[in-house]
Design a protein around this ligand. Structure first.
Ligand SMILES: [Zn+2]
Ligand SMILES: [Zn+2]
Length: 254
């Protein structure tokens, strides 16, 4: 079976960029990590920015697009996103392709991509599934509220990258003002460890056994807390869990 490979180069409010290989394709989700960091993380594993076949944007909050210009100067692939995200990257060099939610698109031969809506405080934030040669990856971060539609889209994935943004106790007792805490907890905010764990429990029962926890807050969470919350909720050890670091260069293969 063909391998899926992931390099979680950046994850969280300091910048998001996840590199993915599925089938023969090299993909990048979001352009929120500096071009040099991205280039260096890829080169450790003999990967090259020039090899990226397509870039996908979840939404255009700063932590997801802040390196768009620099990255697009070093790639020649297209950037795919919802119309609402394109305005904020209108000056980049790459060709920008507007795609819509709810439709399965064959972006490249044999690579099926489906974008689906996610509740967050940006006009149209999106999650994705990528399917190629019998393998499937699901991706959802910046998600204020999980729902059955998202779970349905993610179901059947070999690997799911899912937000575990905050620990509720740490958020409550942390440095953020009440208003900001409310925003994070709201349905237009971010997914908590508990909500992430509940979602993973459902998806485990639908045959997914590999999960990467992403967009972990530096102020209101720790990778250990996120992992422990999910592990305790699952109560089983046949599931692979990995906490994406704020900046990293691990190569994970599935
Ligand atoms: Zn966001
Ligand atoms: Zn974000």
């Amino acid at each position: 079976m063909n391998e899926i490979s992931i390099i979680p180069v950046g994850s969280g409010s300091t910048g998001n960029s996840i590199y993915i290989e599925i089938g023969k394709y090299h993909l990048l989700i979001d352009m929120g990590i500096g071009f040099r960091k991205l280039r260096d993380a890829l080169s450790i594993h003999d990967r090259n920015l020039n090899d990226i076949d397509a870039i996908f944007l979840t939404h255009s909050h700063h932590d997801h697009i802040k390196a768009a210009e620099a990255i697009s100067n070093h790639t020649c692939c297209k950037v795919f996103a919802h119309a609402s995200s394109m305005f904020n990257i209108r000056n980049i060099r790459s060709e920008r392709v507007i795609i819509d939610t709810g439709i399965i698109l064959e972006i490249l031969p044999g690579l099926l991509v489906k974008m689906f809506p996610v509740s967050h405080d940006f006009a149209q934030t999106c999650g994705f599934t990528f399917s190629c040669e019998g393998r499937k990856i699901g991706y959802v971060t910046d998600c204020g509220k999980m729902n059955e539609n998202i779970i349905e889209e993610l179901s059947g994935s070999d690997l799911i990258i899912i937000e575990a943004n905050h620990d509720l106790e740490m958020l409550k007792n942390g440095p953020y003002p009440l208003q900001l805490q409310k925003r994070i907890r709201s349905k237009y905010g971010h997914l908590s460890n508990d909500e992430c764990a509940d979602t993973i429990a459902i998806l485990c029962d639908r045959c997914t056994k590999n999960f990467l926890l992403a967009h972990i807050s530096l102020n209101n969470n720790t990778p250990e807390r996120a992992l422990n919350t999910v592990r305790n909720r699952l109560g089983r050890d046949d599931v692979f869990l990995y906490a994406c670091p704020a900046e990293g260069n691990d190569l994970l293969t599935f």
